[in-house]
Write a protein that binds this ligand. Structure first.
Ligand SMILES: [Zn+2]
Length: 81
């Protein structure tokens, strides 16, 4: 994503700044608790396309990225049948 483009993007609902999550390819508004997806480099700034973040996710991202991630991942699927 282009950093200058990112700086221009605001939430369509609250006009707040969005936080870019590179791993998830999402732009997140913590005010609304929504994550707008980025499809092929193009952010979909539509509330109906946005994913609702759960409370835990909001907490996690609003604290910024810490280098040491906790080892316990919430929804890891190890499907050993
Ligand atoms: Zn917002």
């Amino acid at each position: 994503m282009d950093k200058e483009l990112l700086a221009m993007l605001v939430c369509p609902l609250c006009n707040g700044k969005l936080k870019y999550d590179r791993d998830a390819q999402e732009l997140r508004c913590h005010y609304d608790g929504l994550a707008y997806p980025i499809k092929e480099g193009i952010p979909l700034m539509l509330p109906e396309e946005a994913r609702v973040m759960d409370a835990d996710e909001k907490l996690h991202t609003s604290q910024g990225r810490s280098p040491g991630r906790s080892p316990g991942r919430p929804q890891e699927r190890s499907g050993d049948a």
